[in-house]
Design a protein around this ligand. Structure first.
Ligand code: HEC
Length: 107
């Protein structure tokens, strides 16, 4: 009697958390694309920076963030999360990021 009640509660918990995870994963899918740019880093960022998360992550960074901040970010993606970014592409991507989302924006 008792055991059965506990099993039911557990089932309910799992069902709820599975639903929550599904929602979170669906949200950023293609809601936000990288901002188009004539800079060469645009294509490289498309190839290297939106495989794991949406471009929304760039929008949440401060627009006052300087080049060094973006360089550290790209390095962190590679070192911590094992993003397969070629070293030669890193400065090109950083250039695009700081001019598109950071403190070197022209507008
Ligand atoms: C291998 C997967 C992967 C790739 C590729 C990747 N990231 Fe990330 N990124 C992550 C993870 C994991 C997080 C942390 C997510 C979280 O905390 O919710 C993250 C977080 C971020 C954040 C949020 C700020 C922070 O520090 O958590 C930014 C900005 C970001 N990434 C930018 C980039 C850029 C720019 C690139 C391309 C150079 C990139 N990412 C490529 C996995 C990746």
């Amino acid at each position: 009697m008792h055991v059965r009640a506990i099993a039911l509660v557990l089932t309910a918990c799992f069902a709820t958390s599975a639903y929550a995870v599904t929602k979170v994963l669906q949200m950023p899918a293609d809601s936000e694309q990288l901002r188009a740019s004539p800079l060469p880093g645009y294509a490289k960022a498309q190839a290297n920076c939106v495989a794991c998360h949406s471009a929304e992550y760039m929008l949440y960074q401060p627009p006052t963030a300087p080049r060094a901040y973006w360089a550290a970010m790209v390095k962190r993606m590679k070192a911590v999360f094992k993003a397969p970014i070629a070293d030669a592409d890193m400065p090109v991507i950083v250039d695009y990021l700081v001019k598109t989302y950071g403190n070197e924006q022209s507008k």
